[in-house]
Design a protein around this ligand. Structure first.
Ligand code: ADP
Length: 325
């Protein structure tokens, strides 16, 4: 009697267990399916801004570099990615614009001496000329050819510098020696314009640098000081030192530089309004761009400022070969 009852109850339990197993199996299947579909929906939704970004990024070409990717409005990973890409686009746009301006300025600068040469040749050939007139024409052509040669040399130098093909030969250099050499080399020109060119106290410290290029920096600054300062002015070259850097400055008593141009003077082809300086001062607007590149290669800084009493000062700071502790 008891035996039969137990068997009967066990049969119920087995049936219940089988139902439970089937229910469990369906539940697992359902969970797998819903998480798969849910995951698919979620990932598609989460990645849709990325697909939008890819689509828009593909539409941005060199001609429309001013376009930016729309920000999703939240500061999550996608928002930060859009910010990063937009900053990158802004940098590409800026260098693309600079390159375009550089090319158009360079061709303009080349075109004007070529036009002058063409004009001189045409005028000279338009009727028979005396020997003197022909000499004058050749002289003028020679000056324009020099202008073109200087421009082409400077352009090649900057192009090589941009391509990273200019290698500095760094070794310990006495800055005082370079300043003395360039001040001596410029004395005759300064005297011809009735100017005083003075060199202050010299410091014996050395910097790690390329002598040839540093001479060019000092030379460019002195050339400018002589060019832009009116006859009878004074140019002063001074040295100073901190624990880490050696500094030199070239100051003049010329017209100075407008405040909003103090940084722009280092841009390629930048030239101040000619009406500010005495008449037409020859130049191509590349000297300070080259000086700035050389100083950067030496891990130094170059700065333009105005003296309170009038005139410009250019200050170059270069790391000492052996910093003072
Ligand atoms: P460039 O002298 O051939 O024009 P630079 O690159 O040497 O080119 O100088 C850029 C501009 O900076 C000059 O055209 C001039 O307007 C300004 N500048 C440079 N040096 C001086 C200075 N000592 N005093 C006043 N302006 C200066």
């Amino acid at each position: 009697m008891w035996k039969i009852r137990i068997l009967e109850e066990l049969g119920n339990v087995r049936r219940a267990l089988r139902k439970l197993r089937i229910a469990f199996f369906h539940l697992v299947l359902f969970s797998i399916l819903t998480s798969f579909i849910g995951g698919l929906i979620l990932s598609t939704k989460a990645l849709s801004p990325v697909s939008n970004i890819i689509g828009l990024a593909n539409e941005i070409e060199a001609s429309v570099l001013s376009r930016r990717l729309p920000h999703p409005g939240v500061d999550d990973e996608i928002g930060r990615l859009v910010d990063t890409l937009n900053h990158m686009l802004a940098r590409i746009e800026a260098s693309f614009e600079a390159m375009k301006r550089f090319t158009s300025d360079a061709s303009h600068e080349l075109r004007s001496p070529l036009a002058t040469i063409r004009n001189t040749v045409d005028v000279t050939l338009s009727r028979p000329r005396s020997g003197e007139e022909k000499d004058a024409a050749l002289q003028s052509i020679g000056e324009e050819v020099d202008r073109i040669r200087t421009l082409v040399d400077d352009l090649l130098l900057l192009a090589r510098a941009d391509a990273g093909r200019m290698v500095m030969q760094m070794k310990p250099v006495s800055l005082a020696f370079l300043l003395e050499a360039q001040v001596d080399a410029h004395q005759a020109r300064a005297q011809a314009r009735d100017m005083r060119l003075e060199l202050g106290a010299l410091l014996p410290d050395e910097i790690l640098g390329d002598e040839r290029w540093l001479l060019q920096v000092v030379g460019n600054l002195l050339d400018n000081a002589i060019k832009y300062t009116p006859v009878g002015g004074t140019i002063t070259v001074d040295m100073a030192r901190t624990a880490e850097v050696l500094r030199f400055s070239v100051s003049d008593t010329g017209p100075g530089i407008p405040e909003d141009e103090l940084e722009r003077v280092f841009e390629r082809f930048f030239r101040s309004d000619p009406s500010r300086s005495r008449g037409h001062v020859p130049g191509l607007g590349l000297g300070l761009a080259i000086a700035s590149w050389v100083v950067q290669e030496h891990l130094g800084t170059i700065q333009a400022s105005n003296r309170p009493e009038g005139g410009a000062t250019f200050t170059v700071s270069l790391p000492l070969a052996q910093p003072h502790t």
